[in-house]
Design a protein around this ligand. Structure first.
Ligand code: AHR
Length: 497
C-alpha cells in the first residue's frame, strides 16, 4: 500500500495572478498550420468564414485562447508583411525557405490573421522580421496597424478595408536571433534590438509590449546579456524557447510520436520536467537585474518535438499526439503556474497540424488531441489568484532512474472556487492524496479527468473520441480536508466550492 501524499494549499499572495497568457498558442506558416489548417481552399466542404475554417475556430474558442503568435517562428524572419496585404490576386508568391520550400501565395496575410484573432477573441502577438527585414519595414507595419493619422500607411490600410486602427500591442522583435533569426551573438543582438525598439512607436490608444528574442534552452549567457544591455524600460518581455525531445537529441531520431514503450515515455517526461529548472535559472538571472519583476518571461515556444509521421513531408513537422503529450502539457502548465511571478506568458508550438498540436486535420476531417483537452481542463486557472502548494512527491522509478510521479498547481478564481490541477506521471500506480486547505471552506468537490488505457493512446480521424474528458469521481471531502485517489497516467482538475 503506497503512502498517502500530504498536500497543503497555502493562502498565497492575493496580488499574484496566474496570467491567462500562459495558455497562449502559436500559428506559424509551417506545414499545414496556416494553409490547409486555419486557412482552407474555397471549395473545401467545411464551415468557413471567407477561407477561415470555423470548426477549428469554434474548438479553440471553447478553450479561450488568450493570445496567438504569428507568423513565426523561423518563418517570421523571412516574412515581408507588405507582400501579404492588398488584393489577393496581386500578392506576390513566396517560398517558405525554412519549412519544406513550400510555395505560398500570401493569401493569408495581416488582415486575415487579425480577422482570425477577432473570431477567436484572442490577443494578436506579432513577430517582426529582424533577420532579413529592416527597421523601416517593421516601423511601417506598426504604423499601418496602429496609427489613425492621414499617412500613406494608414490610407493603404483603409483602402484594404480596415478603417480603424487594429491596436496590436504585442510585438516580438525577431525570433531565435541566436539561430534561424540571424545567427547573432547575444551582444550583437542586444544592439540590434535597441535599434529596432527605438523605432517601435506607440500610437494613441496602443502602448506597445516590446518583446526581446530570448534564450535557447538553458543558455544563461543570452539572458544575462539581454538583461544587462537592454534598459528595463525598453522591454516588456523576454522570451525562452524550450522543446522536449523524447531522445533528447536534435541529431538522428527525436523519438516516435506513437508506438513508443515505457522507457521512451519515461525519458520524455524526465526531459520535459527540465522546464522547471530552466525557467528557474532564467528567472534567477532576471531577478538580478529586475528585482521588481517588471519584465515578463515568455516561454513563447514549448512542446514535444518528435519525428514526423511516416510518409509526411519532413519539413512540415506533422506529428500525432498521445496521452503522453497531454501528461507533458499538464506538467508544463503546472510548472508555468508555479513560476507565475515571472512567467507571464507562453505559447505551445503549435495550434494546428504542427508539433504538439491542439487540432489535427485531414482534408474535411478534424480531431481534438489529448493536449487540447488539457487546455480545456486548465482554463480555470486563467487570471486566477495563485495558490502555492506544499507536498513531497513519491517517485516514479524505471530502470534505476527516478522522477517525481506527482506534479500540481492551484488557483482561486474570482468567484472563490479553488482549482487544483494534478498530474500523475506514473503509468502503473495510483496515488492517494490528503490535502489541507487552511482558510478555505468548501462544500462541494467535483472534477474532470483525462486518461486512457496506455500512455501511447491517441485520437484518430476514425476514432476522434478515443481519448476525451470524463467526470472524475475520485475526490471527496473528508472533514475539512480533500481526499483524492489519482489514477495512473492521468491529468485531473478538481474544483472546490
Ligand atoms: O516551432 C518550430 C520552430 O522551432 C520555430 O519556427 C522556431 O522558432 C523553432 O526553432
Amino acid at each position: 500500500q503506497a503512502q498517502t501524499v500530504q498536500m497543503t494549499v497555502q493562502p498565497g499572495d492575493p496580488k499574484l495572478i496566474v496570467s491567462k497568457h500562459i495558455q497562449g498558442q502559436f500559428a506559424e506558416h509551417l506545414g499545414r498550420c496556416i494553409y490547409d489548417g486555419f486557412w482552407v481552399e474555397p471549395g473545401m466542404n467545411v464551415p468557413k468564414q471567407g477561407r477561415i475554417r470555423m470548426d477549428i475556430v469554434d474548438a479553440l474558442k471553447k478553450i479561450h485562447v488568450p493570445n496567438l503568435r504569428w507568423p513565426g517562428g523561423c518563418f517570421a524572419d523571412t516574412y515581408h508583411w507588405h507582400d501579404g496585404v492588398g488584393p489577393t490576386a496581386q500578392r506576390p508568391k513566396m517560398l517558405n525557405l525554412w519549412w519544406g520550400n513550400t510555395l505560398e501565395d500570401n493569401s493569408f496575410g495581416t488582415h486575415e490573421f487579425l480577422e482570425l484573432c477577432g473570431l477567436l477573441g484572442t490577443e494578436p502577438y506579432l513577430a517582426a522580421n529582424v533577420g532579413s527585414g529592416t527597421v523601416q519595414e517593421m516601423s511601417n507595419w506598426m504604423e499601418y496597424l496602429n496609427s489613425n493619422e492621414d499617412t500613406p500607411m494608414v490610407q493603404e490600410r483603409k483602402k484594404n478595408g480596415h478603417a480603424e486602427p487594429y491596436q496590436v500591442s504585442w510585438w516580438g522583435i525577431g525570433n531565435e536571433s541566436w539561430g534561424c533569426g540571424g545567427n547573432m551573438t547575444a551582444q550583437y543582438y542586444t544592439d540590434v534590438y535597441k535599434r529596432y525598439a527605438t523605432f517601435a512607436h506607440d500610437y494613441p490608444g496602443t502602448r506597445l509590449k516590446k518583446i526581446v528574442s530570448g534564450a535557447n534552452g538553458d543558455d544563461a549567457n543570452w539572458t544575462e546579456t539581454c538583461m544587462k544591455n537592454i534598459p528595463l524600460n525598453q522591454m516588456w518581455g523576454l522570451t525562452l524557447h524550450q522543446y522536449t525531445l523524447p531522445t533528447g537529441s536534435w541529431t538522428g531520431s527525436k523519438g516516435k510520436a506513437t508506438g513508443f514503450g515505457e522507457q521512451e515515455y519515461f525519458n520524455t517526461m524526465r526531459n520535459g520536467l527540465r522546464m522547471d529548472a530552466i525557467v528557474a535559472k532564467h528567472a534567477a538571472i532576471m531577478d538580478k537585474y529586475d528585482k521588481n519583476k517588471r519584465v515578463a518571461l515568455l516561454v513563447d515556444e514549448w512542446g514535444i518535438w518528435t519525428d514526423v509521421e511516416p510518409g509526411t513531408n519532413p519539413g512540415h513537422l506533422y506529428q500525432q499526439n498521445t496521452l503522453r503529450d497531454a501528461l507533458l502539457a499538464g506538467t508544463t502548465l503546472n510548472i508555468f503556474n508555479n513560476h507565475c511571478d515571472r512567467v507571464k506568458g507562453a505559447n505551445l508550438a503549435q495550434a494546428v497540424n504542427v508539433l504538439q498540436a491542439l487540432v489535427l486535420t485531414d482534408k474535411e476531417k478534424m480531431l481534438l488531441t489529448p493536449t487540447y483537452h488539457v487546455f480545456d481542463l486548465y482554463q480555470v486557472h486563467q487570471d486566477a489568484q495563485y495558490l502555492p502548494l506544499q507536498f513531497t512527491s513519491p517517485d516514479y522509478t524505471l530502470g534505476g532512474e527516478k522522477i517525481p510521479a506527482l506534479n500540481a498547481s492551484a488557483s482561486k478564481d474570482k468567484n472563490g472556487a479553488v482549482h487544483i490541477s494534478l498530474v500523475n506521471l506514473d503509468p502503473k500506480n495510483a496515488l492517494t492524496l490528503e490535502t489541507a486547505l487552511p482558510g478555505v471552506s468548501f462544500k462541494t468537490v467535483t472534477g474532470r479527468m483525462l486518461t486512457s488505457a496506455s500512455v501511447s493512446d491517441y485520437n484518430t480521424f476514425d476514432k476522434p473520441n478515443n481519448i476525451k474528458l470524463a467526470d472524475f469521481k475520485g475526490a471527496k471531502k473528508k472533514g475539512d480536508k480533500l481526499a483524492v485517489t489519482l489514477p495512473p497516467k492521468s491529468v485531473v482538475v478538481v474544483e472546490l466550492k
